[in-house]
Design a protein around this ligand. Structure first.
Ligand SMILES: CC(C)C(=O)C(=O)O
Length: 467
């Protein structure tokens, strides 16, 4: 056992690093954890009931990969679109830089133009960072552009080391360390993307490798980040699950046994098993300061951790939004739909058209009495999206009354009661539509015409301000 001091950002952490306890285990044949990943069967979760303590850092943040992993899986954005989205991210992240960084490709002239334009904005946050091929020429490029940090791919499972790179663990480790050394020599801070960490040998490869990274960090006095990439979305957050699938087990090992400080640990999730959000929150809870996300979760296959979801995870874990302006999420959703032509599935939390629309009449009745009964929070205040009802054959009088009150901004004693004559007349019209065989919801335009018609017949002034 050996004591070692690691100094970061002027602070000194005395770490008792068990350096000799975690030598590289240079196996002859790949360990693909067949017991957990039988391939022709569903993956398995095994438990050893080792409980990892919570260790949420005082400050946590979000980093963005909309323009890297996000863009890998869709048609490229134009330079103008990138700059506009970057502006939105800046506003969303607020003055405390809760959206701390955004990463960009530097491959083509178009990629670099976008970087220059975003840098010209002069924002402190999100900090522009890069993703490159790991070569001396590209490190120089990062430096010439004026960036401080770059992502480097250091795939860590035997699936990648043996099958893709055709190397042994020792060869892969030596190769990565020489590339990272080159990066440090250029004065650029490396962000090491440990691809496929949830299928990697954590104590036989990942921790020995991270120990080496921490040695290099001491030698060069340049921060080295460790990004834990759950490439196939296989991470789980169940208490007592075994590594490499246990998110908390991975974070704990890297922090405690490899001595990587929390501010240099990031989680990058994928949503193959619907776990991207809960795994990212788990990474925060157990010691990672950063979670890497993309807007609306757009990313490879089933996507990445949706950035907008982590805004609300942040709020729930920390007690407030830390200065983030969550209403910008709605502006971004509108921008994606109208300007980029990306259709957000309507039931997507926080941004889909239906996320706070209730259809059942019985729920609408509750909403009419008090909107808190059927709304997750004040969606009008936090997202500029008032709770709504959509009108169909099941909406009933309450649903129709709620629709009119919302769409005509009728508040307080101007609100219509579900039993009033106007609501009854509109309901008769709605019922007639479905008796004639209609099977779809009524559109806002159709309802507005029906309401205006009924109000005219009743010579009623709704005294409204239309939406
Ligand atoms: C390419 C790697 C770094 C990645 O994004 C992932 O593992 O998901």
């Amino acid at each position: 056992m050996q004591n070692r001091q690691v100094r970061m950002n002027g602070k000194t952490n005395l770490l008792e690093l068990e350096e000799h306890m975690y030598p590289l285990v240079d196996v002859e044949t790949p360990n693909v954890f067949r017991n957990l990943f039988p391939y022709s069967e569903v993956p398995k979760v095994a438990f050893n009931d080792r409980i990892v303590p919570h260790h949420m850092p005082g400050e946590i943040w979000i980093t963005d990969t909309t323009f890297r992993d996000g863009q890998q899986s869709r048609a490229p954005y134009t330079t103008d679109q990138i700059v506009t989205i970057f502006d939105y991210l800046h506003r969303l992240g607020g003055p405390n830089g809760k959206i701390r960084q955004s990463e960009f490709f530097l491959y083509s002239k178009k990629d670099r133009d976008a970087v220059y334009k975003c840098l010209e904005r002069g924002y402190q946050f999100p900090e522009v960072t890069s993703w490159i091929r790991a070569s001396k020429k590209d490190f120089q490029l990062v430096r010439d552009i004026g960036l401080k940090e770059t992502g480097i791919l250091v795939s860590c499972s035997d699936y990648h080391i043996f099958y893709k790179m055709k190397m042994t663990r020792k060869q892969a480790m030596e190769h990565y360390l020489s590339v990272i050394r080159e990066c440090l020599e250029t004065g650029i801070s490396p962000r090491c993307h440990l691809e496929d960490i949830t299928r990697a040998d954590i104590y036989g490869y990942v921790i020995p490798f991270c120990l080496e990274l921490m040695r290099l960090m001491e030698e060069y006095r340049i921060p080295i980040k460790v990004r834990c990439c759950d490439t196939m979305g296989l991470g789980v957050n169940y208490a007592g699950a075994v590594i490499p699938r246990s998110v908390q087990g991975i974070i704990y090992g890297i922090m405690t046994h490899a001595g990587v400080p929390s501010q240099l640990i990031e989680w990058h999730g994928h949503n193959d098993f619907y776990k991207a959000v809960s795994n990212s929150s788990t990474a925060w809870l157990y010691g990672a300061c950063g979670v890497n996300c993309s807007l609306f979760g757009i990313g490879e296959r089933t996507g990445n951790t949706p950035l907008e979801a982590m805004v609300f995870e942040y709020g729930q874990l920390k007690g407030d939004l830390g200065g983030m302006d969550s209403r910008v999420i709605t502006e971004l959703a509108e921008y994606y739909e109208k300007e980029i032509g990306y259709e957000i599935p309507e039931r997507t939390p926080f941004v889909g058209k239906s996320f706070n629309i209730t259809k059942a009449g019985i729920h609408a009745d509750g909403l009419l009495k008090n909107e808190e009964i059927y709304n997750i929070f004040d969606t009008e205040k936090l997202l500029n999206r008032p709770v709504e009802v959509s009108v169909s054959n099941t909406s009933g009088l309450a649903g129709i009354a709620h629709w009119i009150n919302t769409h005509y901004h009728l508040k307080g004693d101007r609100q219509l009661d579900k039993n009033c004559e106007l609501v009854q007349q509109v309901k008769e019209w709605v019922d007639a539509q479905y008796e004639e065989g209609r099977v779809t919801d009524l559109t806002g335009e159709e309802l507005k015409r029906a309401v205006d018609g009924a109000a005219g017949r009743l010579m009623m002034e709704l005294d409204i301000e239309d939406m």
